[in-house]
Design a protein around this ligand. Structure first.
Ligand code: 48F
Length: 264
């Protein structure tokens, strides 16, 4: 289209509306059946999505909030810098987040750059992120999780009595952070059948950055048939400590869960 044509283009509000509805619906319908459904677009969920999509898996991330990024935007106490340790730097380099060396083994990033780059890289690798959708339940067939129950977050916020819809997935990742919401739903609905010592959530332990960052990767694993935990949810389920505003473990956990699922 030439410059003249651009200036004189007429705009039709109905075309704009149809574009939104048709394009979104096309995607949504396509992603109601996926290889991997990830709940939560925090650092762990988006990293997991990126590594799975990179290997051509069909991945949907369902995020309750308007914005992705979970607890990453505010760095520590709303100071928008994130800290990463040496072992996680290669992931930042791979996705193109700039790092600044603070001391030996410690790097900082701009949290806004980190979230936006992680999100953009995941989407460009093929992940579809559906924001404003809450996972409120799971589908279970013969003791295996087969899918998620979804509703618009606005429905619960407004306390409306509206039924949800469902999405089917071969594998599900609970990347919902401290609350480990999906694992909690499983124990509430079908009892203490998790792959933990007690069958129940063991609960997050007090802050200990060094141990927390180590255990979060070890605790990233299958917790119930076809259900994996990643990110802070992994330590909440398997009894690891919290680690505060250091984010390397979140990325490493996301990468780990992708590896585990790909190895299946
Ligand atoms: O909390 P969040 O950032 O989890 P993460 O990826 O990273 C944890 C760190 O941010 C931080 C830390 C620990 O000290 O370093 O806490 O493990 O992101 C979780 C995302 O899941 C969404 C939530 O809105 C957030 O963006 N979420 C939670 N429950 C649901 C959900 C749900 N039921 N349905 C959809 N999204």
């Amino acid at each position: 289209m030439g410059k003249k044509a651009e200036k004189t283009q007429k705009l039709d509000e109905i075309v704009i509306s149809r574009a939104i509805i048709e394009e979104f619906t096309k995607d949504f319908l396509e992603y109601l059946e996926v290889d991997v459904a990830i709940v939560g677009a925090g650092p762990a969920g988006m990293t997991a999505g990126y590594y799975l999509a990179k290997k051509k898996k069909k991945v949907a991330i369902f995020e309750r909030k308007l914005s992705v990024g979970g607890g990453m935007w505010g760095g520590g106490i709303m100071l928008n810098r994130c800290v990463f340790q040496e072992v996680s730097k290669s992931i930042l380099d791979e996705i193109g987040v700039r790092t600044s060396k603070y001391r030996k083994g410690y790097y900082t990033t701009d949290s806004l750059e980190t979230v936006s780059t992680l999100c953009s890289t995941a989407i460009k690798a093929g992940v579809r992120i559906f924001n404003l959708l809450s996972v409120e339940d799971v589908m279970i067939r013969k003791d295996i999780i087969t899918g998620l129950v979804l509703n618009w977050s606005a429905v619960s916020l407004a306390n409306l009595h509206v039924d949800p819809i469902t999405a089917r997935a071969k594998y599900i990742v609970d990347a919902t952070g401290h609350d480990a919401e999906i694992v909690r739903i499983v124990t509430r609905k079908i009892g203490k059948k998790l792959y933990t010592e007690t069958g129940d959530l063991l609960g997050e332990k007090p802050m200990w950055a060094e141990i927390g960052e180590k255990t979060i990767v070890e605790n990233t694993k299958k917790v119930y048939p076809n259900l994996y935990v990643a990110g802070m949810a992994a330590n909440a389920v398997f009894g690891g400590p919290r680690m505060g505003p250091i984010f390397g473990g979140m990325l490493l956990s996301g990468q780990r869960v992708a590896e585990l699922i790909l190895s299946r």
